[in-house]
Design a protein around this ligand. Structure first.
Ligand code: SF4
Ligand code: SF3
Length: 508
């Protein structure tokens, strides 16, 4: 195996024996083979792809399964590979990795972006919104990428990925807000109730909606974990009174937090952490959609998109109530519509000097020790600075109880990683209000934490929009070569993080 698609790759170079994530070499090789067949299939349908919806959805779902921590089930990937082979007429796949490190770097960046696009598109489709142009872009890039040998062409493709990144995040935003209303300021309980619960993780809001509807009179409470926390912010989801709180923190703490939760757990996407050998929750854990893990149960699908949660609800009734690991509340729901509703107050506070700066700290959390940087960074920022966040990165600082600025919380959580889109909308609005020519003239800095491929598409989207001087950490992607890293520094001002003191001095 040779995998370096995520931030935790060994020595920031590659996992070659076993993934830090838990992926073994057999699975990694199956996944690489699948990637190659997706390219062959894309090549075969590329000239005639307009009406090949079935193949295009297959390619999208396969790319989603390849995201870090989404699917650890060999059988699921094998099945996908068999279907891919059954679609294709030939089997002469070309190798995935480029010997040239610069070409390899950009192709890895693009593949990461495409995986992120696929995941977001798949969630939108689950709620009935599909964009053929996004499908076509995916197929077109997969069909042609192996033949591209010029760096400048690959740079154009990665910029196009950014264009489609914005498009797919916008689509998902429209999807989620049309289905569930605009997120609004919400206090979320982080303690527990006195009834058994079901814990839902991942990003798929349609899954949690179906569960909420089916469990509403069951005597069972529903809790969110990690990236599902923003479900509480949507009017049509928060109306369910048995959606009682958020349990725990970011994905990587699940092996201990799932033990104390006691009830069933449902994964709707990444991030899955392989359970420890003595884990008590495996026979109560379910996966649905593109994520999977050997030994986890599957949520039954009645028809496309329609799921039957009765088994998990019945199992929950027999479980003990969750053990409290925290108590109190956290506040979120600051997606673009809510922030724009407060625009006058925000602008007033900028004008009178109470708010001097915004720092976008969106992205992913991870288990590496050096992520302590983000908590320290948030703590150390001056108290006239507001943190704009989204994604599971927030768990490093969303419970710090930083003081408000004239009633405006200092950590504004827009939602999931895809809701980084909200910060783009807000930045555009502020640019308009302050009559600036360039978004980079705003007092907004970007300090993005990445772990997996959705953060890559968020990053490519920000670059596409012309946002400069983004800090990316805790390390830059291991696949970047010196030349490509230098290019990113020269053209976009991207840089890695330094010490908190140095970075705060840079951000001003
Ligand atoms: Fe290693 Fe990350 Fe690949 Fe897992 S996904 S094998 S941790 S690089
Ligand atoms: Fe987190 Fe996996 Fe990326 Fe949607 S749950 S942000 S890491």
């Amino acid at each position: 195996m040779y995998c370096n698609q995520c931030e935790e790759t060994v020595a920031n170079k590659a996992c070659t024996v076993r993934g830090v994530c838990g992926k073994d070499s057999e699975l990694a090789n199956l996944m690489d083979e699948l990637k190659e067949y997706l390219k062959v299939l894309s090549l075969q349908i590329n000239d005639d792809k307009e009406d090949k919806l079935e193949e295009k959805r297959f390619i999208m779902n396969s790319m989603f399964k390849l995201i870090t921590n989404a699917n650890f089930n060999h059988e699921s990937i094998r099945k996908q590979l068999l279907i891919a082979k059954s679609y294709t007429k030939k089997e002469d796949v070309t190798p995935y990795y480029e010997a040239n490190e610069d070409l390899n770097a950009l192709k890895s960046l693009i593949m990461g972006g495409l995986m992120g696009i696929s995941a977001y598109h798949s969630h939108a489709i689950h709620l009935g919104y599909e964009d053929n142009e996004i499908h076509n872009f995916l197929v077109d890039v997969l069909a042609t990428i192996n033949d591209v040998k010029e760096l400048d062409v690959l740079l154009e493709v990665s910029d196009k990925c950014g264009y489609y990144g914005v498009k797919v995040m916008e689509l998902l935003d429209k999807t989620n807000t049309t289905a569930y209303g605009n997120p609004e300021i919400t206090k979320v309980n982080i303690g527990v109730g006195n009834r058994p619960g079901i814990l839902v993780s991942g990003h798929d809001l349609n899954d949690i909606e179906q569960l909420l509807e089916q469990s509403k009179d069951s005597g069972v409470d529903i809790y969110t974990h990690s990236e599902m926390l923003p479900a509480h912010y949507y009017p049509k989801l928060k109306k369910y009174t048995h959606l009682v709180g958020n349990y725990g923190n970011a994905w990587w703490k699940q092996t201990s937090e799932f033990e104390t939760f006691h009830g069933p757990i449902i994964f709707t996407t990444n991030c899955i952490v392989p359970p420890k050998a003595n884990a008590s929750y495996v026979d109560k854990t379910y996966a649905t959609g593109n994520c999977d893990y050997p030994g986890f149960k599957r949520i039954k699908e009645l028809a496309v998109g329609s799921k039957d949660f009765s088994e998990v609800i019945e199992q929950a009734k027999l479980c003990q109530v969750p053990q409290e690991i925290e108590n109190g509340e956290i506040t979120g729901g600051f997606a673009h519509n809510q922030v724009l509703a407060l625009a006058d107050v925000v602008v007033e506070n900028i004008k009178n000097g109470s708010i001097r700066k915004f720092v976008v700290m969106s992205g992913c959390d991870g288990r590496k020790k050096d992520r302590g940087y983000y908590e320290e960074f948030a703590r150390t920022l001056k108290d006239d600075t507001i943190i704009l966040t989204s994604g599971c990165a927030k768990y490093r600082y969303n419970k710090l109880q930083l003081k408000d600025i004239n009633g405006i919380p200092r950590v504004l959580d827009a939602g999931q990683c895809n809701d980084s889109y909200s910060w783009v909308v807000v930045a555009m609005k502020l640019k308009e209000v302050f009559e600036l020519n360039d978004i980079n003239e705003l007092p907004i800095s970007f300090n993005i934490a990445w772990y997996e491929q959705k953060a890559i598409i968020v990053l490519l989207s920000l670059l596409h929009l012309g946002i400069k001087d983004i800090k990316v950490g805790p390390t830059l992607p291991g696949y970047l070569s010196e030349t490509t890293a230098n290019y990113l520094v020269e053209h976009y001002g991207i840089s890695g993080i330094n010490t908190v003191t140095e970075d705060i001095a840079t951000f001003g």
